[in-house]
Design a protein around this ligand. Sequence first.
Ligand SMILES: Nc1ncnc2c1ncn2[C@@H]1O[C@H](COP(=O)(O)OP(=O)(O)O)[C@@H](O)[C@H]1O
Ligand SMILES: [Mg+2]
Length: 421
Amino acid sequence: MSSTAPPSPIPASSQSFASEPPLVGRAAVIGRLDAALTSAFTGTGRICLLVGEPGIGKTRMAEALEKRVTASGARCAWAQCHSMETEPPLWLWTNILRGYLDTSFADDIRQILDERICELTRFPEEGNLPGDWTTSAVGAGYRVFDAITQVLKRLSEQQPLVLLLDDRQWADAASLRLLSYLVVEIARWSVLLVWTLRTTEFDPKDSRNKHLSYVLGHRRSERIVLKRIAEADVADYVTALFGEADVTLSRSVFEKSEGNPFFMVELLRPWIDEKPPKPHELKLSNHALDIMRQRVRKLNATTRGLLSVAAVIGRTFDLKILSYLVECEEAAVLDLLDEPLANETIVPSSEGFGRFVFGHELIREVLYEGLNAAERGSWRLRAGEALERRRESAREVATTDLTHHFVSALPRATDGEKWKG
Ligand SMILES: Nc1ncnc2c1ncn2[C@@H]1O[C@H](COP(=O)(O)OP(=O)(O)O)[C@@H](O)[C@H]1O
Ligand SMILES: [Mg+2]
């Protein structure tokens, strides 16, 4: 059993970290992680899934937890995602175990690790996906699963283990399968496994989802959704950064970031150690916008094209108008919207059926910036025609809706001068 005392709960006031910008608005999440940690340290293993969009603070929460764990004398092992390339089978676990080779753990554990890692690197040449395993490979596979499980168990008997799997939604299938095997085993060990997942990269058609779903659905798993932070949290950040409250600045940062901490940090980064900026001086760097460009690039080309047209309509768009613009049946357009809905590029609008909203204004902006001037002009023209047509059949469209779409389809303020003539 563990020799390390369970940690005491983290008081909300200790959220900030010296020499690091403050962490705001996450008291509830810290509380949940702390409860999971206490449970793991007292011998009831847990899995916590930290889920949310890019920039929402998943890695930051895992790092905060690491600090907490290290301060209590226990040890964390990270398995970070280094690329989106395909990884060899069980690579995630090889990484985790390698992290323990340089420790002062007992020699017998070092020996097991050495042997098992050799076995892992040889395994399995026959097939990459568990579904493809031959009978002999299945036997070998389970031997390796068992070996890793035993190593983790023995490590956790020496000292509580905290395993941090960061952005590993695309881990290889065998690693995910082992995870679903472990979720049952670790229930009686001193292990906390924290797995950060980007909801925006969820592909409903990926065959690995069955392992993911199993882990997500297990009663020992806790899903912690990181939501966007509130205006009051942004105000706390501004106050901590500049040493005084600034309501106008906080509001502006909140409106531009929409409560995504990455954009909050990036908007204010140039002003650290300076005097607070005026709201009109807030600007995101090209580098900061890349996070949205990457998100958009991951969409399939047809869907991206469709959403670029939707971006001309506005932050909120209507299925009927979009179908008219792209000259495509509504059902076919709806099919294409499945992917961006699954990865939260767009969400259903609360305004009613058949209406959608971009998940963030910056998503719309990067899609729009991907169109050239001629494309923007011609799509706007068609959007105008669509609105006219809908005005003619006003039975199905409320006047407020027409106004909304018409205004949305107008050129943005920055293009205003060009359009006046
Ligand atoms: N709650 C928060 N308070 C202050 N800064 C935060 C918070 N969450 C994240 N950040 C900062 O936002 C940026 C993005 O966070 P990160 O953890 O990398 O996001 P993710 O891993 O979800 O993509 C980092 O600079 C991080 O320090
Ligand atoms: Mg991250």
